[in-house]
Design a protein around this ligand. Structure first.
Ligand SMILES: [Zn+2]
Length: 59
């Protein structure tokens, strides 16, 4: 089952929707997106936990 992360759930106003084949792929793409779109050099552990919680099954 594909997974999807709606960045706006974490970063209000962001329209990005990140998809992947599993949690790990969505997480990796989310990290890349955070670096490029949100200027984050690193992802703090508390944010990583929020990202993990925000990943949903794609419907
Ligand atoms: Zn974003």
């Amino acid at each position: 089952m594909a997974k999807v992360l709606t960045c706006g759930d974490l970063m209000p106003g962001c329209k990005a929707v990140i998809e992947g084949k599993d949690d790990a792929e969505v997480m990796a793409r989310g990290v890349e997106h955070a670096k490029k779109a949100h200027g984050m050099a690193t992802i703090p552990p508390d944010l990583a936990n929020k990202v993990q919680a925000a990943i949903k099954e794609k419907k």
